[in-house]
Write a protein that binds this ligand. Structure first.
Ligand code: SF4
Length: 316
């Protein structure tokens, strides 16, 4: 991401997000370093499956970029720890949340798969966010292994126990995303069991979503909105079905980061342009843009208050 002459290595966007408004992404983890290898992951297979926590990128680099971004007068609704891996693997992510909050520019959010919430230090750091959005799409160890394919040692019961402990500690907003994949976790009895656990966590919001191609597992399909609407009835918590696509190219068409890069080689586009052309959620576009930024294949420029992405010269 570029503003003026400054290139950002760890910030991306801001991208428009239906759930977070205008969201500035902060990526703290090398591409596809994650504690899960979900079959529906739009970033492709996890290349480093791990639970090892470390300062994967220096905190000082990230805070310097946030400071610079703030000084340049930019604005957004949320500063969101997300991107191309599991952010709680970063051993000092709470310090980034603290720094983002004291800028007084936006609310802070953390997107996590919840796998490390069994660790007290992770819970304490995560509790510094205004909003924490966790994913929970399975109801027992067998479905957990089939859908999320976690790193060795992570069990379904420890995942749920960690989330319950976090809910007791956390006074901010807890949002839960449930991803549904046809033939894997869309059985009504299974979804009923997911709903029971989700409701016990007393979330402020639940988002019912569906896998969008390209996924890590190429056989992964997506649910119809009608089918998701029926399954939403199992939940007592406030729920929204969000598995919707913009008009344009059919959502079933395979969209890869390379296809997006090809488009950006031809002309600069905003995130909204890309979402419209490829028929993707802005959130999905942001993941591809995070990957391409991390690989230093794209840069950004501001024109008329809008952020445009373009391929770097060496990619053309
Ligand atoms: S969907 Fe999220 S939790 Fe799952 S493999 Fe991809 S980055 Fe990791």
């Amino acid at each position: 991401m570029r503003r003026g002459k400054n290139i950002y290595r760890h910030l991306f966007g801001p991208v428009p997000s239906r759930r977070f408004g205008l969201s500035l992404g902060v990526d703290l983890i090398p591409f596809k370093t994650c504690s899960f290898n979900c079959i529906f992951c739009q970033l492709g297979p996890t290349t480093r499956l791990t639970v090892e926590r470390a300062e994967y990128v220096p905190v000082s680099e990230v805070t310097a970029e946030l400071e610079r971004w703030s000084r340049e007068g930019a604005r957004c609704d949320y500063i969101t720890l997300s991107g191309s891996g599991e952010p709680t693997l970063h051993s000092r992510f709470g310090e980034i949340l603290d720094f983002a909050r004291q800028l007084r520019k936006a609310r802070t959010a953390l997107l996590t798969n919840g796998s490390l919430l069994g660790c007290e230090d992770v819970r304490r750091q995560a509790a510094r966010a205004d909003v924490v959005k966790v994913s929970l799409s399975v109801w027992d160890d067998a479905s957990f292994q089939a859908l999320n394919r976690p790193a060795p040692g992570i069990r379904w019961d420890s995942l749920v126990n960690g989330m319950q402990s976090f809910r007791r500690l956390f006074s901010g907003e807890l949002w839960i995303e449930v991803f549904l994949v046809p033939g894997v976790n869309d059985d009504p009895s299974g979804v009923g069991r997911i709903a029971a656990v989700v409701d016990s966590l007393q979330p402020n919001k639940v988002h019912l979503n569906t896998a969008v191609r390209p996924a890590a597992d190429r056989g992964t399909g997506r649910m119809s909105l009608e089918a998701m609407g029926k399954l939403a009835k199992f939940f007592r918590s406030p729920i929204e079905v969000v598995g919707q696509y913009s008009a344009g190219e059919p959502a079933g068409t395979s969209v890869t980061s390379d296809r997006i890069l090809d488009m950006l080689k031809r002309r600069p586009c905003s995130a909204e342009d890309l979402a419209r052309v490829f028929g993707l959620h802005p959130n999905e576009v942001s993941k591809h843009l995070a990957k391409l930024s991390w690989e230093r294949k794209i840069a950004t420029s501001d024109v008329g208050g809008r952020t445009y992405y373009r391929a770097c010269r060496r990619e053309r």
